[in-house]
Design a protein around this ligand. Sequence first.
Ligand SMILES: [Zn+2]
Length: 204
Amino acid sequence: MKTGLIEVIYGPMFSGKTSELIRQIEMAMISKSEIIAFKPKIDGRYKKYKICTNNGRSLRSVVVKNSLEIIEVIKKTKKPITKIFIDEVQFFDKKIVDVVTFLSKDKGIGVTVAGLAQDFRGEPFGQMPNLLGMAQKVQSLTAICVYEKENGTLCQRPACFTQRLINGKAASYDSPIILVDGANSYTARCEKHWEVPNRPETKL
Ligand SMILES: [Zn+2]
C-alpha cells in the first residue's frame, strides 16, 4: 500500500489559507484525481456547503459534524478517492489525528489540511501541533498587518498573528477562544501590533 502525503497549510486569518486550498483542489481536479473537500460544521461563515475564502471564491464541500464522519463519507463514495482536503481543520476533535493517519497510511489517500496554527492568544489551536508534526509538507502563510498608525496609514508589515477585536478593542486573554461570527471580529497583525490584554505572565 502506498502512503498518501500529508500537507498542512497554516497561517493567521486573512493569510490566504483557503485560497491556497482551493488552488490545490483545482489542480487536483485538472489532474483528474478523485477528491473530496471537507469542512467542520462549526464554521458558520458564508455558504454552508461551500469552502469560501474571505475574498469571495468558493468550491463545494462536505460539511461534517466530527472527524469520524470523514471516514463514513469516504466509505460511502463509490469512486476510489485519491486525495482529500480539509478546511478549518483546527476546529476538529482529537480523533482527526487518527483519521488523517488512517487515510494516509492505511488507505494511501493524500490529505491536505488548512487551518489556524494558533488562536487569538497565540497559543496552539486544537490538533494543529500534532498535524504539523505528521506532515511531509508544510506551507506557512503570512497576512498583512492592517493596524492603523497615528498618521492614518496602515502598518503593512507581514502579519503572523490573528488579532481578536471586541467592539474594536483588543480582546482580553480570558475571552472565549471560538467565536465565529464573521470577519469583523478578527484582523491580522504583526508582532509589534498584536495585543492580548490580561495575558498571565509565563511562570518558570
Ligand atoms: Zn503592524
